[in-house]
Structure formats: C-alpha cells, structure tokens
Ligand binder design. Structure first.
Ligand SMILES: C[S@@+](CC[C@H](N)C(=O)[O-])C[C@H]1O[C@@H](n2cnc3c(N)ncnc32)[C@H](O)[C@@H]1O
Length: 759
C-alpha cells in the first residue's frame, strides 16, 4: 500500500525522461508516443548525426594532412564547417519537439588549448544551437567541459564564454549544462571519436593548471565559473549527473542550492535487489526526496538504462506493472517479470511512495524562495487576511497561552501585588497590538485554567482591526475586555470609571519580525512601558536576532533581476521562505554521512522591561536638551539610541563557496522556559512546526567567493535616527596563508536607510 503518503498530500508530480548516449530510435511523433505509452514524459535527442561527426572529423584530418605536407599553420585557413544538411540532423520542427531535450555534441572540445580544435568546436556548437532554436526546441542539454583531469583551469572561461554566446543566439531556450555531481569516469569517457584527439596543442600544461580530478568540489567550481560568466542567467541551469557513490552531505547540499532542472541517473547507479530488479540505495532515495522537493522539481533522466520497450501487458487490464514489487508481492511475480522498463517502474514507485511533506513546506507551498518586503505593522494597517494567516499557526498561540498560564501561576504563588482598580485582587493584563484578538482569547483561557482573576485590556492602533475586536468582545468574550483604539505609545494606561489611571501587571505583545526587532517591537514596548506596574512583566521577556552566511544562487539571480528597475534591490532585507540554499558555515564533521547543523550566531538581544534609568535618559535626550548631549550619532536627538546595536561575528567556512548574503532568524523567551524560535538549530527543540515567520535575508551585491578553510567576518548594525530604524551589513573574508590570516575579499557596505522601518 502507498501508505506513507498522507491523505492531504497528493502524490508529487515527477517528470521522468529517457536519455540514451547513442539513441537509435528516430526523432518522430511516433517514437515519442511509444515512450509516453510506457510512462516516460520526455526523450533526449542528439542534434546532429554520426554522419555529421564523421564529416567534421574528416575536415580536420584533411587540414592536418596539409600541415604534414609542409603547409604552415599561419598560411592555412581554419576549416569551415558548412551549413547543416538533412543528412547531418534528424531534428525538425515537429509538434513533438517540446517533449524532446536536444543534446549538443559531446565529441567537440570548446575548451581545447588547440586554437583550431577550439574554433571548429565553436562552429559545430553554434550551428547546433542555432538549428535547435530554429526547430523550436525548448530545452537543450550541453555536455560540460570534461572534468576528469582533462580541462585546463585557464580554459574554462573559454567554454563559459561559448555558453554566454549560445544564450544570446537561443533566446527562448533553457540551457542545461551537464555536469557530474563529482568528477566521474562515466563523464570522462566519450565513446568513439573526439575532436580533442586531433589537438596539436594538447591539454597538458602545468599540472597546477588542471581542474584536479581528485577534488570532489571541482565540478561545482566549474559550474560556478560558467554561471558567473553568464551573469546568473535564469535560462541557465544544471543537468546534474548523480554518481554511483554519493559524495559528502556538504556537496549534496551545495548542489541542492543550485538551479537544478535535470537529474541524470545512470544505469550503473542502480543496484539489484534480491528479486534481481534495479533499485536505488537508501542514501540515493533520501537525496531524491530532498531534490524533488525543490520548488520547481527537476526532471529525472534515466540514462543508458536500455531502449524504451513496448509494454507487452499494456493491453492486459489485470496487469500490475504499475506497482513495484514488495516482498509481499512475491505471490504475483508476474508484475516483475513482465516489466520491460524496470528502472522507470521503480522511479514511478518511488514517486508514489514519497514521505509526507513537513508542516512548513505544506503551509508555505509556492512561497519557497519568493522574496517579500518585510511587513511594517506599525506604519501600515494590516488586512484581515494577513491576520488570518498568522492565526493558522499551530504552535505560536499555544505557546503564548502556556506562557501566560505560567506567569499567572507564579503571580499567585508569589502573592505579588495586583493592580486592578475595579476588581480588587485581579491581575491586570493588557494585550498591546491585539490585532483580531487571538492572544486575548488565549490569555482568557489561561486565566480560566489557573483560576487567577484577571482584568483584560486590548489595545490596537489599526482602526479596522479595532472594529473586529469590539465585535469579538460582544460575541465571544462576554464584554469582559476593554478594547482601546490607540497607538500603545500614547496610551496612558487602564482608566477606571472614576477617572483614575491604573497600571498593567502583565503586558502581552507580539510585535516580532523575522529578525526579531525589525517590526520595531523595542520602540513600541519602550513607549508603553510607563503603564507597567513596578512588579510587572512583559511577555515576551526578551528576544534575540541570529545570523548565518548563505549561498543562495537562485535568490541572488532574482534580486539581480529586480535590480534592473530598482537601485536599492540589494540594499534591503527580504522576508523569504529560504529553500534552495546552502549553509556556508558548518562545524567540522564528526561523521561524514550526517547532515550537520550550521553555525548560527546571535547578533544581539532586547529585554523588557527596559531598565528605568535607560528610559529616563532617553526622555532627557528627546527634544535635544543640553543634558541630552550633542544628538544622535546617526541623526535625530539620540532618544532611541539605546535601541541601536552592532555585532561583529566570525564564521568558519571549511569548504569553499560563494556567499550571496546572510540568513536571519530570531528566538524569543516569552516567559520562563516557554520560547519560540525560527533559528534552524533550535527551532525543532523550542517550537517545532511553527509557521508564522519565514527567515529574513540580507543580500550582498557582489557574491563573495572564498577557498576552503576561510573565515567570514560579518558586521551588522541596527541604526536609528528617532524617526526610523535601518540595518547596515557587510562581509569580509580571510584565509590562512603561511600561517597568517590574510584578507581576500570585502563586500560593499549595504544599507537599508532609504527603506527604513518608520517609527
Ligand atoms: C504582528 S501583529 C500581531 C497581532 C496579534 N497579536 C496576533 O498575534 O495575531 C501586530 C499588531 O500590532 C499592532 N501594532 C503595531 N504597532 C502598534 C502600536 N504602536 N500601537 C498599537 N498597535 C500596534 C498592529 O496593528 C498589529 O495588529
């Protein structure tokens, strides 16, 4: 039974295609139909034929003959590859073309050190790309530069430059660069003739100049160079060849962050189970589950698994060939024996048996890597639908209720003085920034559960939410709540019917943003603190902002696109459900098979209530009195300067990489041991499955490349000028040279001053 798929999750959609290095079936609507009948979604097709290859090889052989007969290379013109003829290509603009992935020739050598070979290779390549574009091909796969010790580092740029050119000549095509996840012999050997065999200047310079075949990161580095030369073009992606032995989790994670559109699984990656059927080992299956959850799931290409076979049982309605045999199926082994395309059937079996999605992915479906401007609930009035989304959180409100329950229990246990002027002995609770009132409901439930009498106030500045609160008070809270329409900073406190101003014992708020303080919780709570009784408490009691450096090529490409119309695109943080990204600072592995937790460091902390002397000093500075000093260092009077912050954080990066920015998270102590967290390291333990907040992302304008064993120094500021709050950030990288740490790179200083959070 396909039991692991929860009822709520429909089976994911996987597109599976067939790639044969030497396809024998013709390019035609009929071949495609046959493949689709057995459940393949697409086929690959070489753009040119073996006859064309022989023709080009013949031209080069003739050229070399002339040289051998004494003609000097300077006098001989480079051979010109003539325009394609029908014998050179099977491709045609048929209706089925969109279901084919066209493949450029792997026997050329765009990165050759021999100028003639490189030139002829470029000619072949551009003929192929142009003809594929003419035929209406939508997806084109291009063999990467050979990496198994054959490509000169200095020639990679030459290859990358050809891809850039191709992107221009095929403006409607998606380009997929075929690269192995790590250097692999399958990719090193192109069977048959290869133009590099004719090279007079072979690819052997200094050993230093080679892309090292023993270096597991070399193919990723190759990709990094190609996409950098192509300016992160969104039509350029990776066709990733998965090796038989999967590499370290660090390499798997790095590729996960890249734009993967095709995953190639070679026949040699399959093992046979005890029924002699091809299957993938556990690590492989985990990798597929992870990769296939990318927002745009890559297409899978089964590579050299034999020709597409007609299913003999296709007309047999009792056939079970759509299921994969489990041990319990042994009684009906027909399904196995008759299966003519067992690799494909196995992929379909895996597809149907994917584990259920985690809560955050289910909730955030469609939002992965989608950039949003952070909310400004202080400056703007939120819509009802926005509140409704918060209210769906299965954890946050329960945790607030637990916190209020614990606070009331302690209040009663410690016999702390209560502040109610109307109900002696009642603890006065105020929910400030009450929205549509969910925290009011939870506080009332906590009070009922503890039996501690309370007097409840709800303060909200959003006039529309205020209407809703009044209605809820009448309908749901039996008019037990006093609803106040006010900015909390100008609320004078609970006013009794006889005109006396009272105090609040427990001040409840939820004004937190993805980076804790970015929705101006510190400023709002400072402004309402005067209503708090001397023994009063704030829920939350404190919150901290956390950071870690990230590789996010897809998000970077997106911001680059925004930057064409918006000069500040890299000068603002974004709220984003980070998905295709990689942590760059991960502590040393103690077990290479494990995915390790990243190093996420605390930037700063805010605590409430703020010491009274700090509030007093702020009041002294407001208005620019002489005793208040010479004004704020970032502008204004300096009255809010106690809420400015700075942090310098050092992150160790063991593996080389490219940093595109910083991931930001928060943790908050609501009360006692009741905490919320979006920090990936602590979230599971503190508030698993909480969905209210996506992380924040601070981008850098120019990606920062660094080698193995580097250090990333992050500097980040929270600035204020009494009217707004903004952030500034920069990243420097260092590496050890001769025992000394040497600076290798410095980002620009980024600043969100033009888009600050308005107070
Ligand atoms: C993030 S929402 C939380 C709403 C609600 N407490 C909840 O948990 O669903 C923050 C709320 O605080 C309100 N708010 C923000 N700053 C405020 C201020 N200075 N005075 C009063 N309300 C404020 C906003 O209008 C918004 O309704």
């Amino acid at each position: 039974m396909d039991s692991s798929q929860s009822n709520q999750d429909p089976a994911p959609v996987w597109y599976v295609g067939h790639h044969h290095s030497r396809r024998s079936s013709p390019f035609s609507d009929a071949s495609l139909d046959a493949a689709r009948r057995v459940d393949y979604d697409m086929l690959t097709i070489p753009i040119t034929t073996p006859a064309f290859q022989a023709k080009v090889a013949g031209m080069i052989a003739d050229y070399l003959d002339l040289q051998e007969q004494g003609a000097s290379a300077d006098e001989l013109p480079v051979p010109i590859v003539p325009a394609l003829t029908p014998a050179d290509t099977e491709l045609a603009p048929l209706e089925c073309i969109t279901q084919y992935i066209a493949v450029t020739s792997s026997w050329i050598d765009l990165a050759s050190a021999d100028p003639v070979i490189a030139n002829v290779s470029r000619q072949v390549f551009s003929l192929e790309v142009a003809y594929a574009a003419f035929c209406g091909v939508q997806n084109i796969m291009i063999p990467g530069p050979a990496v198994e010790g054959r490509v000169l580092t200095s020639r990679l740029a030459q290859y990358a430059r050809c891809i850039l050119e191709a992107l221009r000549s095929g403006p409607y095509m998606q380009f997929h660069i075929l690269l192995p996840m790590t250097p692999s012999p399958i990719f090193a050997q192109t069977p048959g003739l290869n133009l590099s065999q004719f090279a007079k200047l072979p690819n052997h310079a200094d050993a230093e100049d080679y892309v090292s075949s023993s270096d597991a990161w070399s193919t990723w580095e190759t990709w990094n160079l190609i996409r950098t030369v192509c300016s992160y073009n969104t039509r350029l992606s990776v066709a990733l060849g998965l090796p038989k032995q999967l590499p370290s989790p660090a390499i798997q994670s790095r590729w996960f962050s890249e734009p993967l559109r095709l995953l190639l699984i070679h026949e040699t990656s399959f093992i046979t189970n005890k029924h002699s059927q091809p299957v993938l080992h556990k690590g492989y299956r985990h990798l597929l589950t992870r990769y296939m959850r990318l927002k745009t799931a890559p297409w899978i290409l089964l590579w050299d698994v034999g020709p597409v076979q007609k299913d003999p049982s296709a007309d047999d309605p009792t056939s079970t060939s759509q299921t994969w045999p489990l041990p319990s199926d042994l009684a009906k082994p027909k399904s196995v024996r008759l299966d003519p395309n067992p690799h494909l059937s196995y992929m379909r079996y895996l597809q149907r048996n994917q584990p259920p999605l985690p809560a955050l992915l289910r909730f955030g479906a469609g939002y992965q890597d989608y950039l949003q401007a952070p909310l400004q609930p202080l400056a703007d009035n939120l819509e009802s639908i926005t509140y409704e989304v918060f209210e769906k959180d299965p954890v946050k409100y329960d945790w607030y209720e637990r916190a209020v329950h614990a606070a009331l229990t302690d209040w009663a246990k410690l016999r702390k003085p209560t502040s109610s002027l109307t109900r002696p002995g009642a603890v006065v609770i105020a929910v400030v920034g009450a929205g549509r009132g969910p925290l009011v409901t939870r506080a009332l439930l906590a009070a009922e559960a503890t039996g501690v009498p309370v007097e409840m106030w709800a303060v909200e500045k959003n006039p529309n939410a205020y209407v809703h609160l009044q209605r809820r008070n009448a309908d749901t809270w039996s008019s037990s709540v006093t609803v106040i329409k006010s900015d909390m900073r100008s609320w004078r406190g609970p006013l009794s019917p006889d005109g006396k101003l009272g105090k609040v014992d427990i001040l409840i708020s939820e004004l937190l943003g993805s980076f804790a303080d970015n929705e101006l919780s510190p400023e709002c709570l400072d402004g309402v603190q005067h209503v708090l009784a001397p023994a009063g408490i704030s829920i939350p009691a404190s919150y901290t902002a956390h950071l870690t450096p990230l590789a996010t090529p897809r998000i970077y490409a997106d911001i680059l696109g925004k930057g064409r119309d918006d000069a500040t695109a890299f000068e603002v943080p974004y709220v984003v459900m980070l998905h295709a990204y990689d942590f760059l600072s991960v502590p040393a592995a103690d077990d290479t098979d494990r995915f390790l937790q990243p190093d996420v460091q605390t930037a700063w902390k805010f605590e409430h209530p703020v010491p009274r002397d700090v509030i007093k000093q702020a009041a002294l500075r407001r208005g620019g009195s002489a005793a208040g000093g010479g004004g704020g260092v970032s502008g204004g009077d300096g009255a809010n300067e106690h809420n400015a912050r700075f942090a310098a954080l050092r992150f160790a990066a063991r593996e080389r990489g490219v940093c595109h920015g910083l991931g930001g998270y928060f943790e908050t102590v609501l009360y006692g041991d009741v905490e919320l967290s979006t920090n990936p390291v602590t979230m599971e333990g503190k508030s698993a499955d909480m969905i209210s907040w996506f992380p924040i992302f601070f981008p850098v304008k120019t990606p920062i490349t660094f080698p193995d064993n580097s250090e990333l120094l992050v500097s980040i500021w929270r600035h204020t000028d009494d009217r707004k709050v903004w952030y500034e950030w920069m990243i420097e990288t260092f590496t050890k040279v001769g025992g000394r740490m040497v600076k290798i790179n410095t980002s620009e200083l980024h600043s969100s001053i033009k888009n600050g959070c308005l107070m």
